[in-house]
Design a protein around this ligand. Structure first.
Ligand code: TYM
Length: 333
């Protein structure tokens, strides 16, 4: 039995990294697999979220998933807090996972920064909830960007330790990360050593899914590059992270490879290439942005999709959770 699960946080500013690293791949996978896609609102509140903004970000993220091509009729699309199995299983996993494992998580270190003692307990336990998201459905495949790989490894460790501790070999599967396509780690437009991120203080560092054509053109024109022309071969991108990033984005959006892009554009100046890149980005994003605007105007429809999705998610998760509770030794009524 193969089942795909993935999620994204409703923290605003869905960007091209989220799209190329994750959501676009989900759209392809739904053609072959049973898929469950989740707006992870409980993960979002591991750092402060204004309640009013959170509510609208949940709806907007669901709308952008649908606008990108997720099919809410044939797949399950829902928000995490509407299915209590996530929280219940996460608690059990908190008791399976070891503190030492959490201490190794690079995302926690980055997000907590210097104020580690002041970070929420939820931010620390974040990967345990993520393991619960996946394993509440016994999902076998998890399409994510590169930055989530370590969390996926932890989910595999939790699954294995649960199976071993309770003597139920094979109960939870070992979920496989699917890190697909050329753009598994899209970088900031201002600094090729930092990933494109929702939380970057500078909006010029990212391409938002809601940016209009003029904004996209401006951001790409101002994107950091070096003074050299484009190389003709991939080896020539060594030590040129900003150049590599723009070329990778172009390759991903045109469904080609970095080598193909360099054969076509090698030797040209970045000013010309940036114009070509702008055209490709606008062409890809404009229909999605337009559809997002249409869906955002109909919150009742989005709410009904999420409610129906939560019902369907519950039908899958509840029997699994019931079995987990029996295994652990809880009394089931
Ligand atoms: P989140 O909301 O940060 O990002 C959603 C997806 O986008 C990918 N991504 C990127 N890919 C390429 N380049 C980038 N610059 C970039 N930035 C983000 C992420 O890898 C992710 O696939 N913890 C997860 C959400 C989550 C989840 C899960 C995912 C919660 N539970 C269970 C899978 C399975 C997160 O914060 O993603």
């Amino acid at each position: 039995m193969e089942r795909v699960f993935s999620g994204a946080q409703p923290t605003g500013n869905l960007h091209l990294g989220n799209y190329l690293g994750a959501i676009r791949n989900w759209v392809e996978l739904q053609k072959k697999y049973e898929c469950i896609f989740c707006v992870v609102d409980m993960h979002a509140i591991t750092v402060w979220q204004d309640p009013k903004e959170l509510r609208s970000n949940i709806r907007e993220l669901a709308a952008s998933m649908i606008a990108s091509g997720i099919d809410p009729e044939n797949q399950v699309l829902f928000n995490q807090s509407q299915v209590s199995a996530h929280a219940e299983l996460a608690w059990i996993f908190n008791c399976v996972a070891r503190i030492g494992w959490m201490n190794r998580m690079t995302q926690f270190k980055e997000k907590a920064g210097k104020h580690r003692e002041n970070a929420s307990l939820g931010l620390y336990a974040y990967p345990s909830l993520m393991a619960a998201d996946i394993l509440a459905y016994k999902a076998t495949h998890v399409p994510v960007g590169e930055d989530q790989k370590q969390h996926l490894e932890l989910a595999r460790d939790i699954a294995l330790k649960f199976n071993t501790d309770y003597g139920v070999e094979g109960f939870f599967p070992q979920p496989e990360p699917l890190i697909l396509g050329p753009a598994t780690r899209v970088m900031s437009l201002r600094d090729g050593s930092k990933k494109m991120s929702k939380s970057d203080a500078s909006d010029m560092a990212r391409i938002n899914m809601t940016d209009d054509a003029d904004t996209l053109a401006k951001k790409i024109r101002k994107a950091k590059t070096d003074p050299e022309p484009l190389p003709s071969e991939a080896a020539g991108l060594e030590g040129r992270p900003e150049a590599k990033n723009l070329i990778t984005i172009y390759a991903a959006l045109t469904n080609s490879t970095v080598a193909d892009v360099l054969t076509e554009h090698g030797g040209t100046q970045f000013s010309g290439f940036k114009q070509a890149l702008t055209d490709v980005v606008v062409e890809n994003l404009a229909p999605i942005t337009e559809e997002m605007a249409r869906l955002n105007a109909d919150p009742a429809y989005i709410d009904s999709v999420l409610a129906k999705g939560a019902e369907r998610a519950n039908v899958i998760a509840q029997p699994i959770l019931k079995e987990v509770k029996e295994i652990v030794g809880f009394l089931n009524s």
